[in-house]
Design a protein around this ligand. Sequence first.
Ligand SMILES: [Fe+2]
Length: 265
Amino acid sequence: MKNRDYAGKLAELENSFIEYADRFLTAQPLFNRNIILKREHSLRVRRECTEIAGSLDISDHDRFITEVAGLFHDVGRFEQYTKYRTFVDLKSEDHGQLGIAVLKELNFLDGFDATDAAQILTAIGCHNRRTIPEEEVSGRELLMSKVVRDADKLDIMNVVLDYYRHPETNDTVTLDLENSPAISGAIIRSVRRCESVAMRDLRTVTDFKIAQLGWVYDLNFPRSFQIYLKRGYHHELLKYLPENPEVSDIFGIIDRYIVEKAGVQ
Ligand SMILES: [Fe+2]
C-alpha cells in the first residue's frame, strides 16, 4: 500500500469507528457525555500515535498498524459503560479484552492479514495492563503496544486535567474515588521509587493525582516525553495538589525524570 492508501484506509476505519460509537448514544445527555468522551479520546489517541510512531524508525506499514491499534484501543469502553455504567475495570470487566471481543465480532479487521490483525489485538489487550507482559509480547508487537500506551497516557493526562479544571462535570474520570486531600503512604513510596502505582492502592482523588504524576514512569519514547514537557502537564497537575514538602519533593523527582528522558539540555 502507498502512503495515500494508508491515509484513505485510516479515514475509512475512523468513520466506521465513529458510526459504531454513536450507536451507543441515547436520549440521556449525561450518559452520552461519557460515550462522546471515549469516542473523542480514541480519535485523539490515534493522532498521538501518528506523532510518536513518526519519530521512530519503522516502516509506513507498521506506522499504519500502530495508528489502527490506537484508534481502536478503547473500543470496549462503549459496551462496558452501557452495561455497567462505569469505566472501572475492577468493578466491571477488563475493557482491553472486551475491545478484542468487539473487534472480532464486528469484523472491523477484515481485510488485514492475520499477522497485522494479531498485532493490533495484542496492542489493545496490553494497553490497560499495569505493565506489558514482555515474556509474551516482543518485537513489532511490543513496540506498537508501547506506542499505544504512551499515546493513551498523553491524551488521558489532558482529559483528567480538564476534569480538575471543571470538577462539576464528570466524576467517572477519577474512578469514583473519595474526594479528600489525604495521600496514602503506599502511593508516595511507589512514586519516590520511580514505580507506577497499582490502581487498587488508590483511596482518594489526591492519591489519584499523585499516581497520575507517576504515569511518566510508564512512558517509553523520547518523543512522548518531549510532548509531555511541551504541554507542561506536570506543572498544571501541581496546581491541583496540596502544597506541602512531600508533594514538592515528588514533583522535583518527576520533573528531573521527564527532562532527562526528553533529552532536553
Ligand atoms: Fe483504555
